[in-house]
Design a protein around this ligand. Structure first.
Ligand SMILES: *[C@@H]1O[C@H](CO)[C@@H](O)[C@H](O)[C@H]1NC(C)=O
Ligand SMILES: *[C@@H]1O[C@H](CO)[C@@H](O)[C@H](O)[C@H]1NC(C)=O
Ligand SMILES: *[C@@H]1O[C@H](CO)[C@@H](O)[C@H](O)[C@H]1NC(C)=O
Ligand SMILES: *[C@@H]1O[C@H](CO)[C@@H](O)[C@H](O)[C@H]1NC(C)=O
Length: 432
């Protein structure tokens, strides 16, 4: 008896000290790199998943419900566990469905498992998927550099069949949902490390942008802290905007309230009904990484572009033929460059709340299509779109956006070029 205890004691102590060491490092925040895929204009990030860990490239869907990955092709992991029907994780995922699978068992195909609906928002395709858990590992951060890797042993995600990858950037095998669902990235990381349900994105066109989970600081080279964000409430759309959903499910996307749009300080005329979210979930404004350029409902688009063309003319900037997908293009003659992009009429999104003005300068309004032509990076969203204004990727680049799910507020910086830095300036050299 005594001898067997003596035999086990060193192992027991070793085990205790390892688990203690792991528990004593609690990160304040996590960091992911995000890059733009040049052919699809999607934003792509990477996490480590499974046992042994492998890097998994994922398309970022800001308002997406959860993580889903292709489990049919090459999913090898000793720590994969299907989520059982009627378990706590299943209800956390908001699922009541229960499934069997006949050609398993393997990841994505097990009996008595909880089912969810992974969604590809680019092709608007959704399908059934097995809910599962596996290890996810990402880098922590002090706000200035990446630090030690930290692990979530049972990160909830959905398996998806290979065909759901259609339309996603090449080399990616799934989708990272940063939406407000209880199994979205922000909520799962916050729960795992006891930090606030808060995250920030800072997208870059050309290099590594950055996503932070948890609180700031957000420090960029050369030693610039991005603080003093303006802020506006986040709104919940009561009707899901996913490709497939059950009745009564709210949207997990991030909606804000645009009260008016100004060009060079002058408001354009907008049918204000379009700016509200109605009881069917139509109308309003959302922020999306699915659309590469901002979409405006047709009547808003017309008012916006005609005012813009006029304001450009007043600066002697002449209109030239459109270059697809853009209708409104200008000669770059008479346009000089400034710190905040080409010197063109500036746009204000006047949002709900005091001083909540998001200013869009040339860096985020103009797309340089060739040496002589700049195009207005806003597109006609059609005359009966589900959402009247969809603020797209190009308008988000080099802006820091902080989503505080607990307080239901969006903090925004407007262009970081005005603060003499960019989203590509996070120092990704690890100081671990
Ligand atoms: C699920 O159960 C059915 C019927 O009991 C069985 O034929 C099938 O092999 C099982 N599948 C898995 C993945 O265990
Ligand atoms: C404003 O938009 C709403 C919703 O599309 C529409 O029903 C209404 O007729 C529009 N009002 C005007 C004055 O165009
Ligand atoms: C625009 O061009 C006209 C004629 O060439 C010139 O008189 C005017 O000053 C210019 N305006 C601006 C804002 O550059
Ligand atoms: C980036 O961070 C590393 C590690 O802290 C540091 O050694 C390096 O000087 C930083 N780079 C710049 C350009 O400041």
């Amino acid at each position: 008896m005594a001898s067997s205890l003596a035999f086990f004691l060193p192992f027991l102590l070793l085990f205790l000290s390892i688990s203690h060491a792991q528990r004593s490092f609690r990160p304040d925040a996590l960091v992911l790199r995000v890059r733009k895929d040049v052919s699809t204009l999607q934003y792509v990030t990477m996490i480590n998943q499974r046992t042994p860990l492998v890097p998994v490239n994922l398309v970022v869907h800001l308002g997406g419900q959860f993580l889903w990955v292709d489990c049919d092709n090459n999913y090898v992991s000793s720590s994969y566990r299907p989520v059982r029907c009627r378990s706590a994780q299943c209800s956390r995922a908001g699922s009541t469905s229960c499934g069997d699978c006949f050609n398993g068992p393997r990841p994505g195909c097990n009996n008595n498992t909880c089912g969810v609906i992974p969604d590809n928002p680019f092709t608007r395709t959704a399908t059934g998927g097995e809910l599962a858990e596996d290890v996810v590992s990402v880098q922590s951060t002090d706000g200035s550099n990446p630090g030690p890797l930290v692990t979530v042993p049972r990160f909830i995600f959905s398996c998806a069949p290979t065909f759901l990858l259609q339309g996603l950037a090449s080399g990616t095998t799934g989708l990272a949902g940063l939406g407000r669902a209880r199994i979205g990235f922000p909520s799962q990381f916050a729960a795992a490390f006891s930090f606030r349900r808060k995250f920030a994105i800072c997208l870059s066109a050309s290099a590594n942008g950055v996503i932070f989970f948890g609180d700031g600081p957000y420090n960029f080279l050369p030693n610039i802290e991005i603080s003093q964000l303006r802020s506006t409430p986040l709104y919940i759309n009561p009707v899901s905007t996913a490709s497939a959903f059950s009745q009564g499910e709210p949207s997990t996307e991030y909606f804000i309230r645009v009260n008016s749009i100004r060009i060079e300080g002058n408001p354009i005329t907008i049918n204000t009904t379009l700016l509200n979210i109605d009881s069917q979930g139509n109308g309003g404004t959302k922020i999306s990484t699915v659309n590469p350029y901002t979409l405006l409902e047709t009547s808003i688009y017309r008012a916006f572009t005609s005012a813009y063309i006029q304001a450009a003319a007043a600066r002697n900037i002449s209109r030239v033929a459109g270059v697809a997908p853009f209708d409104v293009c200008f000669s770059s003659e008479n346009v000089f460059s400034t710190r905040v992009g080409p010197s063109v009429p500036y746009i204000d999104l006047v949002l709900q709340g005091q001083d909540a003005v998001w200013t869009i300068t040339g860096s985020n309004s103009m797309v340089q299509v060739n040496d002589n032509v700049l195009c207005l990076g806003f597109l006609d969203g059609g005359s009966n779109p589900r959402t009247s204004i969809v603020i797209g990727g190009y308008q988000l680049e080099d802006n820091l956006l902080q989503f505080d799910l607990a307080a239901s507020r969006l903090g925004f910086s407007s262009t970081l070029l005005g603060r003499r830095t960019t989203c590509a300036n996070f120092n990704f050299t690890s100081n671990a």
